[in-house]
Design a protein around this ligand. Structure first.
Ligand code: FES
Length: 110
């Protein structure tokens, strides 16, 4: 993903809500935490199948519903070690639409 892509209406993801979207065959979950939007690659890098959209919010992080690894929504860092870090994406709001841009970080899988 090199350009910004419209993925949802802002009203679909109000504060406290989340939504999974697909961009170029990548599943990405949006979280709205107190009005600030974050976007993270949806598949937990631990087993590569567990959807983080079903995770538990923990501050500005999400804990995987499977084994509880926590991923920071601002950095993509995993609390169990850098080998589990994951991708996060640029988010923009334009005219009531949510747009996703390129990943903000590099991981060993990207
Ligand atoms: S599958 Fe996510 S922590 Fe194990």
């Amino acid at each position: 993903m090199t350009e910004f892509t419209e993925v949802a209406d802002l009203e679909e993801v109000p504060p406290g809500e989340r939504k999974r979207v697909e961009v170029n065959s990548e599943l990405i979950t949006l979280f709205n935490i107190d009005g600030e939007l974050f976007a993270i690659y949806d598949r937990c890098p631990h087993k590569k199948t567990t959807p983080l959209v079903r995770g538990t919010l923990n501050g500005l992080g999400v804990k995987c519903p499977n084994h509880g690894f926590r991923f920071d929504l601002k950095t993509g860092e995993c609390d169990r070690g850098a080998e589990w870090n994951t991708r996060i994406y640029q988010v923009k709001i334009d005219n009531g639409k949510i747009l996703l841009g390129p990943a903000l970080n590099k991981t060993s899988s990207s």
